[in-house]
Every structure is written in structure tokens, then in C-alpha cells.
Design a protein around this ligand. Structure first.
Ligand code: 3PG
Length: 403
């Protein structure tokens, strides 16, 4: 359920569940993508005369206040993004929150402290979650669900609260669902899925659900080596998930049997150790064991030939979904593969109906840290786990609750 006219919230107090879970380093926000993406709905509601109470989690505190996970440092950044003052409440459902929420005027915005400082938010016990949701619901008249990044969590502020207040999807959730739905149900061919990241186990569900929908599955990141091991290559000391080799073999068989073409790197940047300044060398995948250092090497990026191949396939695709870096992009010596994919995605489209989607908070932060701007991509999803679970075809509690 969504709303067409934000004026329906005029003079009303609206609880907005955003996902402001941004990466922080020692109290400093290192990537404010999620704050910027959340701003549109909050601004729209405030402009329409709503009294807006914003709630979010940050990190994974253990159900009690923990200063390193406070949302307080985010308030100025949110204020700048929405172009209005943001009041902060140092508790979530206590006296301060109640007083400040009740004191809001039309168009004013209040940010609550981290929801996960309360054990009820993430409790597995339905009654505990519902009790916390009821306390949240007391603060407002309506609920707008706008934290796409968290819709895969069955949590009080995402799921249970919708049963207690008139509820609506916010504009971010609406847009994210529309794009994810196009990828899943109406991708224009050729449809290429680029998957990276360290663990293949995180991507099995999405491979399983997309292998018969996509035309190409390009594999990068540490997960490459479980594929190469499944094909019998010597992968040296590279990361491998031995207990997933059978799953991977199953997908390679499905690809052969008419599923998407699974494209693996043909060369790898190997390193003597996992370090930014490690000695490194490029090798074709059949020769990964030959090392100048004598010792075993480990693969930290796809090689230049593979990056070229992947870029060409992307250039010829109409629909592209990308999740997960191609290598250890945090170390400049191993960032070239990830950069090449980002560059290919940001090349001017050959067809006007091209849809390029970068899925995942980490992938989005990766492309920004490599110097790419959000508007160079068709769509940057704010959802990591959420967008993957959507593409796995799972029912997401936070969306189910809005139905
Ligand atoms: C995310 O970063 O994917 C979302 O904010 C959800 O966070 P969580 O994985 O801690 O629930």
C-alpha cells in the first residue's frame, strides 16, 4: 500500500522507518548514500505538513545503548540532506521521545536514537517484538515504511508496527521494489548478472533464482575460487568454500543444460599475502600455482583479460545487475577489476531502455570510494541483503506487512 498525495499526512504525526545504517569510522560517516536516499520521503512528508518522526537502526548493537552505534552523529547530515532542522531524541520510546514527538509542529522532524538499543526490536519472540512495536506506535498516527535495506528483517519497526498503525510504503521502498521487480520479472535481454564478493554461500540463492532468467552470470571476487576448485584448478592459497563445491558443480551443470552462461575469469591477480603492498603477479587460471615467490599465492582480483571480457559483455547487455566487488578493491593494487565493471556500467547506454542496477550497500560504497558518482548508474540500490533476498524470490516480511 502506498500513498499518492503526501498531503494526507498534513497535521499528522508520521513514523518513518528509514535505513540510515551507514558505514562509520570512529564516529565519522564514511558513505552517506543511505542518508541521501532516505531524504526524499522525509522531505516530502515534512513539506506536506506532517510531523515526522524518523527511526532507524545503525549497526548491530546488542539490545542495549552502546555509544559507538548512536544515531546522534547522523542528525546534522540528515538535516542537510532534507534542508530542515532535525531534532534528536536520545531515547527511542522513553519520556524524551514521547515529549519531543508530541511537541512537533507541522513540518518538523525528529530523529530517534538507534532502535536496536531496545531488545524488543530484533527479538525472535513475537510478543516481545509486538510490545516494542506498540510503544513505537504510541508516538504517531501513521507509519511509512521507507527502509528498503531492512525489509528482509522481521523486526518490530519493520514488520510488527504495520499491524498497529495505518501503513504505507515510502517513495524509496516504492522505487526499489519497482526496479527489483523489473529485474526479476521483466528483464530486457540480454540480461547480465555480475556477482562478486568473498563468499559464494552468500550468493547461492540468487544464482539459483536467476540462472534460468539471466543470459550471463559473470563471476568475480573471492567466490571465483570455489568455482575454479569445482573445475579442478589448483587455486593455491586462495579463499575456497569446500562445502559449497557440490552446489557450484550443480550450477555449472544447469548452465550447460541451457541456463545462463556462467562466465569465469581467465586470469587472476595473485598476491604473496593479504596486504595492500603484497608482491603480486598476474596468471592465467590454468597456471595459478606458478609463483615468483615460490610460496603459494592467493587470488585478490580478476585479471585484465577477464576485466575486458566482462566489460564487453556488460556493454552488449540491456539489463545488468551487479552485486559484490571483483577483488579486494580497498587495496589499490587489487581494485582494477571492480573499477572496470563500474566503468562498463557507467558507459553511455547503447539502448535507451538500458537498466543498470548496483545492488547492495557495500557495492554502492565501493563504487563511490573508487570515484564514481551515483547518477552515473541507472539505479543504486540501498539494499544489500534485502535486494539479494528479493532477487532470490523470497517473501520479505517488511513488504508482506504493507500488503
Ligand atoms: C544492511 O546493512 O543490509 C541493512 O541495514 C540491514 O542491516 P542488518 O543486516 O544488520 O539487519
Amino acid at each position: 500500500r502506498t500513498y499518492d498525495d503526501p498531503q494526507i499526512f498534513s497535521h499528522r504525526t508520521v513514523l518513518v522507518r528509514s535505513d540510515l545504517n551507514v558505514p562509520m569510522d570512529d564516529g565519522t560517516i564514511t558513505d552517506s548514500g543511505r542518508i541521501l536516499a532516505s531524504a526524499a520521503t522525509i522531505r516530502e512528508l515534512a513539506e506536506a505538513g506532517a510531523r515526522v518522526v524518523v527511526m532507524s537502526h545503525l549497526g548491530r548493537p546488542k539490545g542495549e545503548p552502546d555509544p559507538q552505534f548512536s544515531l546522534h552523529p547522523l542528525a546534522p547530515e540528515l538535516a542537510e540532506a532534507i534542508g530542515r532542522d532535525v531534532e534528536f531524541s536520545a531515547d527511542t520510546v522513553g519520556e524524551e521521545a514521547k515529549t519531543k514527538a508530541a511537541g512537533l509542529d507541522d513540518g518538523e522532524v525528529l530523529l530517534l536514537e538507534n532502535l536496536r538499543f531496545n531488545p524488543g526490536e530484533t527479538s525472535k519472540n513475537d510478543d516481545e517484538r509486538r510490545a516494542f512495536a506498540a510503544q513505537l506506535a504510541e508516538l504517531a498516527d501513521d507509519f511509512v515504511s521507507d527502509g528498503f535495506g531492512v525489509v528482509h528483517r522481521k523486526q518490530a519497526s519493520v514488520y510488527d508496527i504495520a499491524a498497529l498503525l495505518p501503513h504505507y510504503a515510502g517513495s524509496l521502498v516504492r522505487d526499489e521494489v519497482e526496479v527489483s521487480d523489473r529485474l526479476l520479472n521483466d528483464p530486457q535481454a540480454p540480461f547480465t548478472v555480475v556477482l562478486g564478493g568473498s563468499k559464494v554461500s552468500d550468493k547461492l540463492g540468487v544464482i539459483d533464482n536467476l540462472i534460468d532468467r539471466a543470459d550471463n552470470l559473470l563471476i568475480g571476487g573471492g567466490m571465483v575460487f570455489t568455482f575454479l576448485a569445482a573445475l579442478g584448478h589448483d587455486i593455491g592459497a586462495s579463499l575456497v568454500e569446500k562445502d559449497r563445491i557440490d552446489d557450484v558443480k550443480g550450477y555449472l551443470d544447469r548452465a550447460e543444460a541451457g541456463g545462463a552462461r556462467i562466465v569465469l575469469p581467465t586470469d587472476i591477480v595473485m598476491a604473496a599475502s593479504f596486504a595492500a603492498d603484497a608482491e603480486n603477479w598476474e596468471r592465467p587460471v590454468a597456471e595459478l600455482e606458478s609463483t615468483p615467490a615460490g610460496a603459494q599465492g592467493l587470488g585478490l582480483d580478476i585479471g585484465p583479460e577477464s576485466a575486458d571480457t566482462y566489460a564487453k559483455i556488460i556493454a552488449e547487455s540491456t539489463t545488468v545487475f551487479w552485486n559484490g566487488p571483483m577483488g579486494v578493491f580497498e587495496f589499490p593494487a587489487f581494485a582494477a577489476g571492480t573499477k572496470a565493471i563500474a566503468a562498463a556500467l557507467t558507459d553511455p547506454p547503447e539502448t535507451s531502455n538500458r537498466l543498470t542496477v548496483v545492488g547492495g550497500g557495500d557495492s554502492a560504497a565501493a563504487v563511490r570510494s573508487l570515484g564514481f558518482a551515483d547518477d552515473e548508474f541507472g539505479h543504486i540500490s540501498t539494499g544489500g541483503g534485502a535486494s539479494l533476498e528479493y532477487l532470490e524470490g523470497k517473501t520479505l516480511p517488511g513488504l508482506e506487512a504493507l500488503a
